[in-house]
Design a protein around this ligand. Sequence first.
Ligand SMILES: NC(=O)c1ccc[n+]([C@@H]2O[C@H](COP(=O)([O-])OP(=O)(O)OC[C@H]3O[C@@H](n4cnc5c(N)ncnc54)[C@H](OP(=O)(O)O)[C@@H]3O)[C@@H](O)[C@H]2O)c1
Length: 351
Amino acid sequence: MTSDKKTLIAGATGQIGSSVGEYLSRAGGWNPIGLARTPDLEADYPMIAIDLTNPEDCLSKLSGITDITHILYAARFDHYGGELESKDINVAMLKNLIDAVEPYAKNLQHVHLVHGTKFYGHTIAKRSVPYREEDACGNYNSFYFEQQSLIEQRQRNKNWSWSISRPHAFCNYRTDEPRNLILVVAIYATIMRELGLPLTFPGTPVSYMAKTQFSWLPTLAHAAAWMMREPQCANQAYNVVNGDPKSWSQLWPLFAEYFDMKIGEPVSSSFAQFASDKASIWRSITEKYNLIHTELLEIAQWPYGDYVLSVQWDVISDMTKIQRDGFNERVDSENMWLRGFDYFRAQRIIP
Ligand SMILES: NC(=O)c1ccc[n+]([C@@H]2O[C@H](COP(=O)([O-])OP(=O)(O)OC[C@H]3O[C@@H](n4cnc5c(N)ncnc54)[C@H](OP(=O)(O)O)[C@@H]3O)[C@@H](O)[C@H]2O)c1
């Protein structure tokens, strides 16, 4: 690995942006520079405060950094829970960044975009699984299709290349990220157990039986770095998931066993509805078990949990292409979940 890379990470404070930034900074040679409106002042690499919706801000802060070699694009404009993100704003953000960097960075080598399975339209229609990278886009209202078209068009006849990762629900062990599925389930189970209730699944029987998948963020960070590095990844998209699709009906008994609870049937409810009147119970649990003080509606984003649980049909990405091209890291999802519960116990978030 040469040490003359300089890598812009757009969305450096986000879930994947911070994981990639941390990884590239530790790996050495990538010389990351983070971009976000509110930079992380604790990060161990430099960050620039920038508003990607503002073309002048981008030009004035980036066009002078002429030795940028790589861009890792993991920015996404503000959105909450599972609703569809704005296509126009997200496409404009990528365009503003490319306009401010590409004409000036004479040694630009690669642009990587972090996208996801919304490309296949997994939220709007059942289609044959596993999803393959060459499948037609299944949701033209998501910003992924237009960002991909933009980057393909901008790359034409240029010396640099692009790649795209298509992960699914991000999982990581962090206490400062409320969009955190493992934490949602851990707190839900803790409260249900304290109330003497079985671990019911707050969703429909259909969602309980459908297969879904997860992306362990450290592995996604490794995969993104691999794509930015390897010539065979030039101008390619890759699915990046743990590789062991599971139904909630397979995971739920494991969770019940971990928390030493009886398992309940699916109930047509939701995490958001559940959490709406449990703030005081949660406060008393944190006091009773001497946990770190946390507010129930702040520590975890409950509607996000509902979005991930509400799978209507099998959502499975094919991992043949990435494996064929040389990336072989796989994650055992069951172990990922259980070690996550261990982590939140060790952090004194749950008893
Ligand atoms: N989260 C998931 O489970 C998941 C699953 C599959 C795919 N994906 C995809 O992965 C990509 C990254 O998602 P994520 O969850 O890591 O993102 P995220 O946590 O929502 O972070 C978004 C990042 O973008 C930055 N940002 C937002 N608006 C900005 C602006 N106007 N100017 C500059 N920076 C701006 C934010 O920083 P500031 O707010 O400080 O500006 C933040 O660093 C997205 O394409 C997403 O759809 C996510």
